[in-house]
Structure formats: C-alpha cells, structure tokens
Design a protein around this ligand. Structure first.
Ligand SMILES: Cc1cc2nc3c(=O)[nH]c(=O)nc-3n(C[C@H](O)[C@H](O)[C@H](O)COP(=O)(O)OP(=O)(O)OC[C@H]3O[C@@H](n4cnc5c(N)ncnc54)[C@H](O)[C@@H]3O)c2cc1C
Length: 401
C-alpha cells in the first residue's frame, strides 16, 4: 500500500449545509476530517427558497444576519383561485441560504485537524485492509486518500449513495428572484394538478424582492413559464434565476459498512414542501454522535451504524417524513374539485383553528391525528379513498414500508 496517501479519520463528501454542519459538530473532537466539495465556492450555486421553521434557532446558534425576514401567514391557493390564509404561532424564517452554508465552513475551515478540498470531485471508494482494520480508499478528481469512515452529504444525486446502492427519486425546481408588489408578510403556495408533486411558491426575501418558484417531476420550464404568466410576472425583470433538484419520497437506508448518508443524499426531505434543512440538521446530530461512538468502540460495521444512526433517525425524522409522503400522495391525486372541497372544509369546520394550534411545518403527526378525528375530514378522506382505490393500496405500501 502507498504509505504517502494522506489518512483521515472522517471523509465528508459535500460542503453544503449537511456536510459543513456535520464537520462543525465533529470539530469538537480530535478526529482528523477532510471535506471534499466539487464547487470552488461554498454556498454556490444558490438553490433554495430559504423558508425554514423557527426550529432552526433551537437547533443551531443562529446569527441574526442570516434571517432576512419572517412571514406570519401562509396563503394557500387552489387551482381555481380559492384561497385560505393560515397563521398561528409559527412564524417561519426566510434565510440567507448562502450565508447559512458558509456559517459552519467559516467556523471550521482553519482548524488544525480539518482540511477542505474545494473544486474537487469525489469519484469512488473501495474497501481495503490497513493492518487489521477495514478502511476506505477514496478517489477524487485530484488525489487518493484513506479514511476510516465516509459520509455522503453530496445531495440528491449522491455518488456515495450510488456506490452503496441508493438512488433517489427526484423532482426539478425552477426559481427566480424578482421585485414585486406581493404581501411582504406572507408566503403563498399555489396547488395545481399540473405540478402535483409540489406547488408553486412566492416567498418574500425583504426589500420588495420575492423568490418565485415551482417544482414538478417533468416539464418544469414550461410549467414555470405558465405559472409566472398567470401571476403576471415579467420574467425579463428577474434579478437572478436558479434551478435545483429535490429528492422525493421517504428516507432511504442510511447505514452501511464504514459509510453513512446524510441530508438530501438520504432523502431526509419533506415531500409536502421539499424542505430538508430542519430534517438534516436534526439527523446530523445523530450522525455525529454515532461517528464518535464508532471511533470509541472501534466498530464501523453496518449493524453498529444502523443501531446508532439509522434507527434514531427512523424513529424521529423518518417517521415524520413518512407522514409528509402520505399527505403528498393524497394531494398528488387531488383534482381541481377535490382541492376546492378540501379548502372549503378547512375554512368552514374550525379546522383552521386546529391547524393554527397544532400545525408544525416539520413534524405534522400530532396535527394529522387531530384532523382525522374531525368527522368532516374523515368522511372526505374515506370517500376519496373509495373513488381512488389505487391510493389506498399506495398508502398501505407506504405504511408497511
Ligand atoms: C429550489 C429549491 C428550493 C428549496 N427550498 C427549501 C426551503 O425553502 N426550505 C428548506 O428547508 N429546504 C429547501 N430546499 C431543500 C434544501 O435546499 C436541501 O434539503 C438542502 O440543500 C440539502 O442539503 P445537503 O447538504 O444535504 O445537500 P446539497 O445542498 O444538495 O449539497 C450537496 C453538496 O455536495 C456537493 N457534491 C455533490 N456531488 C459531489 C461530488 N461527487 N464530489 C464533491 N462534492 C459533491 C455539491 O456541490 C453540494 O455542495 C430547497 C431545494 C431546492 C432545490
């Protein structure tokens, strides 16, 4: 074996929010860490609507300057133009996403035991023996290195995931930033069977600028153009334009021999909103505890990582991601009439009060249980299932997965 190869304890692939936050959590140990990021600049390209629940400030020490603004109302719009306004205790943050990605990078990049390789692409890894230990030989576009454990934080099309047999279903997003005259205190979500896998959005970022976007499984450019045309937005006046990919479905398997997946690579994303930040920050805390335990016990087996990382994730974020996916599977099959009927039920049956009281952007389980106890909603859903037996089978599959 080539002894000149640099040896790291931990190799993180991807220097975006998941990779940088995990690196920050592990920087409190004496582990030698390398982060490989294919882009030259951390945080770029910018690909996010940046709407994150208040939990963000509980999960991390959030500097004021990262919060661009906050919204107090969510306005939901049906395909026929009917609206409901939801407001409650939750006043989500609209964040400067580039600054969030850089926050933990700036905190750790000059630490003695931490090395960032920017502008360098992870290509592959293989298992090799080093004395009596199984370790990893990692190959990037510029070098080979050895590591004890590898973390795939490399997004929806994770190369690390591919090597361990994981592939995400994805949807595609298009977004512009543009000056507009919309309400600065509300986020608007436009539902439509044409973009059934998510919605169109208008999110204020302050100073009269709005992030206007849409995500769907195909023909996004055409759908986005239709969406902005309906909103009478002059795309030529855009300040900037972004694209992006969002994993879609339930959390993947995330534990493998000497390997973990975290963030979008693990599909730790809510299928109702496409939001992943709260889920991945929560999971990163489990990941860092697990990695520290692996070194303490000199155990990097799939079984050990499953017990100490995958299982805690499954019983917390995994369960909630499943509920988000169930909700999305229902919404995906709503017709224009179903949306109108459902919104009417929400408006007329004090359901809005329930949502205001128990609504949680990230962890919807309690609210869903309360909603199911509402007879009008319950009857609506039963009727819907009877007229769509395929959904019933799909939901059973999700529940038993
Ligand atoms: C348009 C859009 C809007 C969104 N809006 C919201 C929102 O409002 N709220 C919210 O919570 N979430 C939102 N999300 C989701 C959120 O952005 C993701 O959940 C989050 O970015 C996932 O972080 P990550 O670090 O896991 O992956 P990513 O942010 O995808 O980062 C992966 C990193 O890995 C690097 N990489 C990939 N392959 C390699 C390789 N082979 N070698 C080296 N480096 C590699 C990439 O360059 C990238 O830096 C949105 C996503 C999109 C696309």
């Amino acid at each position: 074996m080539d002894l000149k190869l640099n040896f790291y304890d931990v190799c993180i692939v991807g220097g975006s929010i998941a990779g940088n936050y995990l690196c920050h959590l592990l920087s409190k140990t004496n582990l030698k860490i390398v982060v490989i990021e294919e882009h030259e600049k951390v945080g770029l390209p910018f690909q996010c609507a940046g709407i994150v629940s208040q939990k963000l400030s509980k999960l991390i020490d959030l500097p004021e300057e990262i919060i661009l603004t906050r919204v107090s109302t969510a306005k939901l719009v049906t395909p026929s133009g009917k609206t409901i306004k939801l407001s409650g205790n939750e006043k989500p943050f609209i964040i400067d996403r580039i600054a969030l990605d850089r926050l933990f990078y700036e905190k750790t990049r000059n630490r003695e035991r931490i090395q960032y390789f920017l502008g360098e692409k992870f290509k592959s890894f293989q298992y090799i023996k080093d004395e009596s230990n199984k370790i990893l030989l990692v190959e990037t576009s510029k070098r080979k290195l050895k590591a004890r454990i590898l973390i795939g934080c490399d997004g929806p099309f994770s190369s690390v995931g591919k090597i361990v047999g994981i592939k995400n279903n994805v949807i595609f997003a298009s977004q512009i930033q543009v000056k507009g005259n919309f309400n600065q205190n509300e986020a608007r979500l436009y539902f439509d069977p044409k973009w059934k896998e998510l919605f169109g959005w208008i999110v204020p970022e302050g100073n009269g600028v709005f992030r206007i976007g849409l995500a769907a499984s195909k023909n996004v450019a055409r759908k986005f153009s239709l969406f902005t045309k309906n909103l009478k937005i002059d795309i030529s006046k855009k300040i900037d334009k972004q694209g992006g990919i969002i994993p879609y479905g339930m959390m993947n398997k995330i534990a493998f021999n000497n390997v973990l997946l975290l963030g979008d690579s693990a599909c730790q994303v809510k299928a109702t909103t496409g939001g992943g930040i709260i889920m991945l920050l929560t999971s990163a805390k489990y990941a860092s505890k697990c990695i520290i335990k692996c070194f303490k016990n000199n155990n990097f087996s799939k079984k050990f990582i499953k017990r100490n990382y995958e299982n805690p994730c499954v019983s917390t974020v995994g369960k909630q991601i499943k509920i988000h996916y169930i909700i999305r599977s229902l919404l995906e099959n709503f017709s224009v009439k179903d949306f109108d009927k459902f919104f009417q039920i929400i408006e007329e049956n004090r359901v809005k009060d329930l949502i205001s009281l128990f609504g949680d952007m990230d962890f919807p389980k309690d609210l869903i249980l309360k909603l199911l106890l509402n007879p009008t909603i319950f009857i609506f859903l039963i009727k819907f299932m009877f007229t769509h037996p395929n959904i019933f089978i799909r939901l059973l599959k999700i529940l038993t997965n």
